[in-house]
Design a binder for this molecule. Structure first.
Ligand code: PLP
Length: 431
């Protein structure tokens, strides 16, 4: 359609990789306006953990709209918000022995990060926030200062301040515990590092290339934070809401962040919604200090409650995610052992996985070829060198296998040497 070239800004990005006009979606499938079917392994970058147009959520949403429920409510108390809070407290927080206050921010991840960093600074009276190499926390100025990617940072137009970068787990090689370095510089009054308000970290770096922090590293990071009185912020916007297998990505580590950000799949249906969770004693906000018109997206409260009721009332969904995650690991390990001359590696945790193709050009060729075979899949990482498997968590076993088969066939094609072009697997003809 020409209208996109005519008046839509050049800032568009995903649309360039998947140049079709999409108009229908269900579960893990999408269709373009010509009726071509695609398998979605991008899933709104982790916003569609429960699939497109989840039928259970759709029904409660349609009922709510039909009955003229409140759609927009600023931060007014509404029945929908009250019921979300009740459900979140009873089914997510309490069973995990977590006592947190919930702050509704503007409905984007980056706004939750802004609020979390502001809060940490205001509570401690310190400006500096420790952030990590390859971290991604959003692109509004405060959050952008915490984001590593230079492509995003260079667009700021002003200096990005108030953060200090430290090496993430594994950044300096497998055997170097980078929390020891953090501890060292914080213990040294001549290290040149201003005393920080806190740290902000992803347990698995999504945009940064599926870098998985080990459980031990996360525990050490918390210990360093405790030792030096730093607030420990976990940005669980992408890794949370089940992606790694548990509701929160840090559950396996048994750590207790002071502040947690959630968004992406929190609303369940793909509706914009973000929150900051904070330990009760940190709730030192004065009324309206951090506000925003769309803090009351009541449609998202309704679907977020439905997501918790239907998927998180017991352990079944979590076990399913972990089972599927093990299958993905096995498949990816097998793929990297066969292709890429030993240079490819598989990485990830739960259903948060990828293949490191070392080279962004190769990874791009693979995702491009996969798209021709009917699979929507993206790359991530500093050089876009990671093929990122990010399908909805509710995907059928059959389609999970099919998606990975498509990537395998794409890799086979891209990695084939002269004279050994493999038989092409075509699931549909998108050409
Ligand atoms: C996506 C993301 C954000 C930013 O969320 P937006 O809704 O795009 O502003 C922040 N942190 C992490 C870890 C993310 O994955």
């Amino acid at each position: 359609m020409k209208i996109f070239e005519e008046i839509e800004s050049e800032v568009q990005s995903y649309a360039r990789a998947f140049p079709r006009v999409f108009n229908r979606a269900k579960g893990e499938l999408m269709w373009d306006e010509d009726g071509n079917q695609y398998l979605d392994f991008l899933a709104g970058a982790g916003t569609l953990n429960y699939g497109h147009n989840n039928p259970i959520f759709k029904e409660v949403l349609l009922d709510y709209i039909q009955n003229d429920g409140i759609t927009h409510g600023l931060d007014l108390h509404t029945k929908a918000k009250g019921e979300f809070l009740q459900t979140f407290n009873e089914k997510i927080l309490k069973p995990r022995n977590m006592e947190y206050v919930v702050q509704f921010t503007g409905p984007t991840g980056t706004n939750a990060v802004e609020a979390a960093m502001k809060l940490a600074r205001n509570v401690t009276g310190q400006q500096n926030i420790v952030t990590f190499t390859n971290g991604f926390h959003g692109v509004s100025l405060g959050a952008l200062a915490a984001t590593g990617n230079s492509h995003h940072r260079n667009a700021a137009g002003v200096s990005l301040i108030g953060t200090h970068r430290m090496p993430y787990d594994g950044y300096l090689g497998e055997n170097i515990d980078t929390t020891e370095y953090l501890d060292k510089v914080l213990s040294d009054s001549s290290s040149g590092i201003n005393s920080p308000a806190g740290v902000i970290v992803e347990t698995v770096q999504g945009e940064g290339g599926i870098n998985v922090a080990t459980i031990k590293w996360l525990q050490s990071l918390q210990a360093v934070c405790k030792k030096h009185s730093l607030l420990f912020i976990v940005d669980d916007i992408q890794a949370g809401c089940g992606r790694t297998g548990d509701y929160f990505s840090f559950e396996e580590a048994g750590i207790e962040p002071d502040i947690i950000t959630l968004s992406k799949s929190l609303g369940g249906y793909g509706l914009p919604f973000a929150v900051v969770l904070m330990k009760p004693e940190l709730d030192q906000w004065k009324p309206g200090e951090h506000n925003g018109t769309f803090r009351g997206n009541n449609l998202a409260f309704v679907t977020a409650k439905a997501a918790i009721d239907n998927y998180w009332s017991d352990l079944q969904f979590s076990e399913e995610i972990k089972r599927k995650g093990r299958y993905v690991s096995e498949r990816l390990e097998s793929i990297v052992s066969q292709y890429g001359d030993g240079n490819f590696t598989a990485k990830g945790r739960g259903m948060f996985q990828g293949i490191n193709c070392v080279n962004g050009d190769i990874a791009g060729k693979i995702t491009h070829s996969a798209f021709k075979k009917g699979l929507i899949i993206e790359t991530s990482g500093a050089d876009d060198h990671i093929v990122k498997f990010f399908c909805p968590l509710i995907i059928s076993d059959e389609n999970l296998k099919k998606g990975i088969d498509i990537v395998e066939s794409a890799i086979q094609e891209v990695c084939a040497k002269e004279g050994e072009i493999p038989e092409e697997i075509v699931y549909f003809d998108a050409a």
